[in-house]
Design a protein around this ligand. Structure first.
Ligand SMILES: Cc1ncc(COP(=O)(O)O)c(C=O)c1O
Length: 334
């Protein structure tokens, strides 16, 4: 194949879209072969985990057209991560064009069945090590990978979590912003190590706590808690973002829908005791969806399939997250 002919992805295989700068400095998407190397060994995404990412879900409609869910919220969070990292990542329009090119390439390779799902991962690194004083030249790409339907058995049974100390206190976002607690950086080795620790100790997942005792988040998820207020009204809770967690896009969409349905909301701050006497606890994230927790540190907690289905339906409806998107401390409803 001549070097300049467009790459044609194979059916049911991952699709890679590179965001490349043309001669005029404009960032353009190019569908490329995911099975050949594209990164330099000096890329700081690899040598230092210095970069950012987003993982979103795309689902095919009845006509087989793929659409990425929560596009605005993901691109908004990506821009916040880029600001926190001072990384000159491509702008929203360039990412949108790349995602669109990827989705259309998947459709062209094999018309997706209704309900077919893809994870859409957007990544930008600080690029190859540059000589001091020269501007960084970020590397950016979108990778679209088919993912199976949700594991219904897991969703019915729920997951066992351990509470693990993240080792930093909840004032870190103010006094140590370089820890990048609210940014979705490529430095996830610690999160993956926590998951391995949980699995080696008979659990499936983790809820991090701050060293001063606040509930934070899962290594790849946001914590949601449902309970009844003394007057019988339902309340949905999530840990306070300002304590040092990522603003979850799934949490935001579910909260906006719960609010519209008349539920009260609460943003904490929460402590481990808030995991007791609840109607349910879930780990929420874009690809896995809303996963019920069935045990915390070995102590059983209620799993309510009807509530899980309700939260999942709110997430699937992909409504406007509105002002709930950043987890900004919208004052808890009285
Ligand atoms: C640390 C962390 N918190 C929360 C989430 C959930 O975010 P979202 O709902 O936007 O997928 C993720 C997703 O991977 C995550 O890595």
């Amino acid at each position: 194949m001549p070097a300049d002919s467009p790459f044609v992805p194979a059916a049911h295989e991952p699709v890679l879209v590179l965001l490349e700068q043309d001669a005029h400095g404009l960032v353009r998407p190019r569908v490329a072969d995911p099975d050949v190397p594209h990164l330099r060994v000096t890329d700081q995404g690899v040598t230092r985990g210095d970069g950012l990412f987003e993982t979103a879900l795309a689902v095919a409609d009845e006509a087989g057209t793929l659409r990425m869910r929560k596009l605005r919220a993901h691109l908004g969070r990506l821009a916040s991560s880029a600001t926190a990292l001072r990384l000159p990542a491509p702008d929203a329009a360039a990412w949108e064009a790349a995602v669109d090119a990827g989705l259309r390439a998947v459709e062209a390779a094999s018309r997706p069945a209704p309900g077919a799902r893809l994870s859409v991962r957007l990544t930008a690194t600080r690029g190859p090590e540059a000589t001091p004083g020269t501007a960084p030249h970020p590397t950016a790409w979108v990778l679209l990978t088919p993912v199976p339907a949700p594991d219904e058995a897991e969703r019915r049974a729920g997951v066992r979590v351990l509470l693990l100390d993240r080792g930093i206190d909840s004032t870190a976002p103010e006094h140590a912003p370089w820890l990048l607690t609210g940014a979705k950086t490529l430095s996830y080795a610690v999160n993956m190590a926590a998951l391995r620790h949980a699995r080696a100790h008979g659990a499936d997942d983790v809820i991090f706590t701050s060293s001063d005792g606040f509930l934070l988040e899962g290594p790849t998820s946001t914590v949601l808690i449902a309970r009844h207020d003394p007057d019988g009204r339902r309340r949905l809770l999530t840990p306070l973002r300002q304590k040092g967690i990522l603003a979850g896009t799934s949490q935001a969409v579910v909260f906006a829908a719960a609010h519209a349905a008349g539920w009260r909301l609460g943003y904490g701050p929460l402590i481990p005791a808030d995991l007791e006497d609840v109607d349910g606890i879930w780990l929420a994230s874009s690809v896995r969806g809303v996963l019920p927790v069935r045990a915390v540190d070995g102590r059983e907690t209620p799993v309510d399939p009807t509530l899980t289905a309700r939260l999942q339906a709110w997430l699937d409806a992909d409504g406007d997250p509105g002002h709930h998107v950043s987890g900004d401390p919208v004052t808890s409803d009285a």
